[in-house]
Write a protein that binds this ligand. Structure first.
Ligand code: GDP
Length: 336
C-alpha cells in the first residue's frame, strides 16, 4: 500500500473511473477536479463513487488547476479528460483543440511551476499517426493526423515531449489505441454493438444498423490499459509508449463475437452496403447504413507493442473474444 496522491482529470469517463478504481485498490488518495454536478454513474458502477479515498473538487476554468496543483502537489497526474470522439471532432475543431491541447499545456505549465516532482501521464492517441502504414506502427513512426481530434492530440503530445525533453518534467505519453469496456459511451461502436445484440437476442426488434463493418481496429480492454498508465509512471525514466494489442479485428468480427457470446447464430449475405446479417429464422438482424460511414477512417491502424511489453505488464490479459463476451453479457443481464 502506498501513501501517494494522484490527480485524475476526467474521472467520470471510462478510463478515469477505471483508473480511480484501480488506484484506490493500491491505496492511493485521489484528487478529482470535476465540473459542477458531475455524472458519477461510471464510478457508481464500480462502487467507488463514495470512496473516502477520493476528494472531489469543483473547477470552473482551467486556470483553477494552478491552485489545485500547487496546493496538493500530487505524486502523479493523469490527464485523461478530453473531447474523445473522432467522428464528432469534424464538427467543432476549435473547441476540440482548446480542450485537448490548450488545457494540456496549461496543466504542464502549472506542474512545472508549482509541483515539478509530480509525474505526468497524458492520454495521447493512435489518431496522431499517419494512417496508411501497411505494418504495425512504432512510437517513432511518422505522425500525420487527418482529423481535428488527432491534430489536437498530436499538439498536446508534442507539448508533453517538450516539457520532458526541454524542461525536465517526468512526463509521458501513453499512445492509446481503441480500448473498450462495459463503461464505454454508447456513441462508440463496441457499446452500440453489445447493447443492440443483447436487445435483439432478448427481445428482437429493429436490426442493428452499422457503417463500415470491414473497418479494422487494434482494440484492447480498458481495465487492462489503465493499469498500464500507472506502470508507465513507475518506470525509472519518462518515455512514450504505444498502448495497443498489435492485433486487428473488424467491426464484423465484433458483431460475430457478440452474437456468439449469447449462443445466437447469424449468417452474412450480400456485399458492401448491401451486406446483411440474417438469423436462423431468416430475419435481418444487422444492416448497413451509409450515414454511419466516415469520410477518412483510420481503417487498418495497428500498434506495435514491443516497447510496452518491456515494462513487464501483460497488455492483453483479457483477449478480444472474452471482453466482447463480457460486455455483451453485461448488457444482456441489465435488460429486464
Ligand atoms: P473511434 O475509432 O475512436 O472513432 O471509435 P468508434 O468505436 O466510434 O469507431 C470504430 C470503428 O467502427 C470506426 O472505424 C468506424 O468507422 C466503425 N464503425 C462502423 N459502424 C459504426 C457505427 O455505427 N458507429 C460507430 N461509432 N462506428 C462505426
Amino acid at each position: 500500500m502506498t501513501t501517494k496522491t494522484a490527480l485524475i482529470t476526467g474521472i467520470t469517463g471510462q478510463d478515469g473511473s477505471l483508473l480511480a478504481h484501480y488506484l484506490i485498490s493500491q491505496g492511493y488518495k485521489i484528487i478529482a477536479p470535476t465540473r459542477k454536478n458531475p455524472d458519477k454513474s461510471n464510478l457508481k458502477k464500480l462502487a467507488v463513487e463514495n470512496s473516502e479515498q477520493i476528494t472531489f473538487l469543483t473547477y470552473k476554468k482551467w486556470s483553477d488547476f494552478e491552485e489545485i496543483i500547487s496546493h496538493y502537489k500530487p505524486s502523479e497526474i493523469y490527464h485523461l479528460a478530453a473531447m474523445s470522439h473522432v467522428g464528432q471532432s469534424h464538427e467543432n475543431p476549435a473547441l476540440v483543440f482548446d480542450v485537448n491541447c490548450i488545457w494540456t499545456l496549461a496543466l504542464l505549465k502549472f506542474t512545472q511551476e508549482h509541483s515539478p516532482h509530480s509525474k505526468f501521464f497524458f492520454a495521447s492517441s493512435c489518431e496522431i499517426y499517419r494512417n496508411d502504414f501497411d505494418r504495425a506502427v512504432t512510437e517513432g513512426d511518422e505522425k500525420r493526423p487527418n482529423n481535428p481530434y488527432g491534430i489536437s492530440k498530436l499538439s498536446a503530445h508534442q507539448m508533453v515531449d517538450y516539457y520532458r525533453d526541454v524542461k525536465g518534467l517526468f512526463a509521458c505519453n501513453g499512445i492509446l489505441f481503441n480500448h473498450e469496456s462495459e463503461l464505454r459511451h454508447p456513441s462508440f461502436v463496441s457499446k452500440k454493438i453489445c447493447v443492440n445484440v443483447a436487445r435483439l437476442v432478448k427481445n428482437g426488434g429493429e436490426p442493428l444498423t452499422l457503417g463500415n463493418i470491414e473497418a479494422k481496429k487494434d482494440w484492447g480492454y480498458a481495465p487492462d490499459y489503465v493499469k498500464i498508465f500507472h506502470t508507465i509512471l513507475q518506470q525509472p525514466q519518462s518515455q512514450n509508449y504505444n498502448i495497443s494489442t498489435n492485433k486487428l479485428h473488424s467491426v464484423k468480427d465484433m458483431v460475430n463475437a457478440a452474437f456468439s457470446a449469447l449462443n445466437y447464430k447469424i449468417s452474412w449475405q450480400g456485399t458492401g452496403i448491401n451486406t446483411q446479417g440474417i438469423n436462423s429464422d431468416g430475419l435481418v438482424v444487422v444492416s448497413i447504413n451509409e450515414k454511419y460511414f466516415r469520410p477518412l477512417d483510420n481503417r487498418f491502424l495497428c500498434g506495435d507493442n514491443t516497447k510496452i511489453q518491456t515494462v513487464g505488464q501483460n497488455i492483453n490479459q483479457v483477449p478480444f473474444h472474452q471482453w466482447v463476451k463480457s460486455m455483451t453479457l453485461y448488457e444482456y443481464n441489465s435488460l429486464i
